[in-house]
Design a protein around this ligand. Structure first.
Ligand code: UDP
Ligand code: MG
Length: 322
């Protein structure tokens, strides 16, 4: 990978967008302006993730004025992970930058990312310096999940974001060589290795509207993140089993000793507590095992992560891995 090739190369910007009609024009214009200032050859690919508003129409209109802005419309809302993957598949760039449509990932950092890429970084991670704009619940969930995955999955995703620059080699690996359906883009890009570099940014307020993540979709993503990077929860099941066994042994010894001393075996409360404890351990364990089985089921079904309904501005659709 020579420096000359990089500076001459095409840079793609992939923007997943779900119901972003109100702000998308401003955001894309801002991104285009910044790209224009630092890179002659660029394209912006907006992936409309099944929006119910005018997002796709707006991008198509922009695309008429500026053919380097292209659009892909998914057949329904597949979630950000699917939209990101679709964008990576359509992107033709020697470097591909992924960023949000709401300007919470400041496009002003694109020149810095490109500079790091030109210096040889194959993945540039943009790391959040603050999370002041996130709700307490989101901060807490993100903190726990990131800590667990970083600690156990052997990858560092603390304060990481989906704002990244990926070299073509990395994009091809993500698109063609990673067979899994359950995807956690942030984790996967950290797991890959290669030459990484980091830049830091403050999370701005959303340009328009509200966060598209519901508590449920965040929970889903967290479970996918956990199950794809660590099997520790399964081991917890084993530990719960051992803990229950020890507890049972303790209670049994106590009962036998009391019996030998001729005392009445103490009672009812202990039995109920033990039953409830063991009952909940079993339910939790089944739940954990169930989550892993559900993920295996998803993988075995091997359904595509997204379906494309329409696209605008591409000479031809990419050869899909799906
Ligand atoms: N997004 C998407 N599909 C979804 C949810 C979100 O493509 O199902 C996009 C959204 O339009 C935005 C980005 O993913 O460009 C990040 O979403 P959001 O700003 O709602 O998340 P937050 O910044 O709160 O993490
Ligand atoms: Mg956002």
């Amino acid at each position: 990978m020579s420096v000359e090739t990089n500076s001459a190369g095409l840079v793609s910007v992939v923007v997943p967008a779900y119901n972003e009609a109100r702000g998308i024009n401003t955001a894309i214009r801002q991104m285009a302006g910044i790209l224009e200032g630092c890179q002659s050859n660029w394209e912006i690919i907006v992936v409309d993730d099944g929006s119910r508003d005018a997002t796709y129409r707006n991008i198509c209109e922009l695309s008429e004025q500026e053919p380097r802005v292209k659009a892909v419309a998914l057949s329904r809302n597949f979630g950000k992970e699917g939209a990101l993957l679709a964008g990576l598949e359509y992107a033709a760039g020697d470097a591909v930058i992924t960023l949000d449509a709401d300007l919470q990932h400041p496009p002003g950092l694109i020149p810095d990312m490109l500079a790091k890429w030109r210096q040889g970084a194959q993945i540039v991670h943009a790391v959040k310096r603050n999370r002041n704009r996130d709700s307490m619940a989101k901060k807490a969930t993100a903190f726990c999940i990131n800590k667990i995955i970083s600690g156990l999955g052997g990858i560092n995703i603390n304060n990481s974001s989906d704002f990244k620059l990926l070299d073509r080699e990395i994009v091809d690996i993500i698109v063609y060589q990673l067979p899994e359906r359950q995807r956690f883009f942030r984790g996967l890009t950290s797991w890959l290795g290669f030459t990484e570099d980091y830049i830091y940014f403050d999370v701005d307020d959303r340009l328009e509207g509200e966060s598209k993540w519901s508590v449920w979709s965040l929970l889903e993503l967290s479970i996918t993140a956990l199950t794809s990077f660590t099997s520790l929860p399964l081991r917890i099941v084993t530990f719960l089993g051992i803990a229950t066994l020890l507890l049972g042994a303790g209670v049994a010894t106590d009962a036998v000793l009391s019996y030998m001393k001729g005392q009445a075996v103490s009672g009812f409360a202990t039995t109920i507590i033990t039953l409830l404890l063991i009952g909940s351990f079993i339910m939790i364990s089944l739940g954990i095992i169930g989550e892993y089985i559900a993920k295996i089921y998803e993988e075995v079904k091997a359904r595509p992560l997204y379906l494309v309904k329409a696209s605008n501005g591409f000479a031809k659709a990419p050869t899909s891995r799906q």
